[in-house]
Design a protein around this ligand. Sequence first.
Ligand code: PMP
Length: 428
Amino acid sequence: MLIKITPDKTKHLIQNVINEFSTFALFQELIIFALLHIIRFILMTKFSGFIPSKLPSIGTSIFATMSQLANEHKAINLSQGFPDFDCSDKLKELVHHYIKKGFNQYAPMPGIMPLREIIAEKTEFCYGAKFNPNTEITVTAGATEALYAAISAFVREGDEVIVFEPAYDSYVPAILLNGGTPIYGSLSGKDFRINWDETQKMVNQRTRMIIINSPHNPTGSTLSAEDMKRLEKITKNTNIIILSDEVYEHIIFDKKEHQSICRFPKLAERSLVVSSFGKTFHTTGWKMGYVLAPENLTSEFRKSHQFVVFAVNTPIQYAVADFLKERDSYVNLPDFYQQKRDYFINAVKGSRFNLVPSSGTYFQLLDYSRISMEKEEDFAIRLTKEYKVAAIPVSVFYHGKTENNILRFCFAKGEETMDKAAEILCGI
Ligand code: PMP
């Protein structure tokens, strides 16, 4: 049979082919679309586990490592930076009282007013400086939170922050997490002083912050009035903020006066001053501290603080506010710890360790270069395992693990503990 191909039929045929083809193309597109979604779904739900670390060089802290080692080897633990004695019974009773009275809900974001008021009074009594409790004082969850909130409030991507090494271990991770760049100065000489000429050269347009710490962990050094004058000169005509870690403000020896930033109005106007009741009241586990700063800095600080922790333990704030009314609680602290420092240094005098003078904090550095030239971490581990005394290698407070043959010992311990440790150290 002959099929007659008419123009109409041809047109129809072509139309059919096009329709078939486009249905097929549409079908193909649908399959590709579905496959892509399935792959995406699989990729999204399957956790690869490879998330690049924001802090690649930070591992388990040496403090945890040394304490664990001390436990394993039943060593006397002078590595831990906290007292082995209890806080005042009165303070404990006050906390108990406020818990029982029902002060158990959120506190106001900046801290309860009675505590901020008594902090203002204490600051004026100690340093002659006035801070407004309403706008210039914030209660924090320990100094650690204060330091983090301060750094996150002010340090941006690309900002430089000057840190002096050996440095307390929380500064640099907080700078890095907020995109800043730590610029390292070093504390030099036997008394671990800041080299201000070197510091001056480190300052530039990108410098956002300088962090200082006095009395200083781990070295026990303290800043003098002269140091503060140099800092004033360096920061003059700049937009640099100072973060002053003064958690050991009341642990200072030999009748030295603590040179708080608060004493220097030109520095105070650009500073956040951090303190901790953990150190002052032997309550490190309560994580209670505060920040003093002028209103403009405080309002920025609080923006960060309210999203890090919002508010701080309510009953403890009320208890501390009452307890602070008795000035003895901090006025007698220098003598209390000086007696402990002297006890410890007398006990280890006959050893082959060399004492590095400590003028504040509850830490004493001992130089072991007459005993060994091992690396600090190795020596600290051997001291714990073989001799049963645990201490902290100072090299861990440097980003480049600088070696000085020095270990940090904590003397916030009872006399019996110090006697036992000293006996061992004298026999090495
Ligand atoms: N800064 C320094 C220098 C410290 O030694 C410590 C405690 N080890 C802190 C801050 C943290 O204090 P807090 O326990 O109040 O968070």
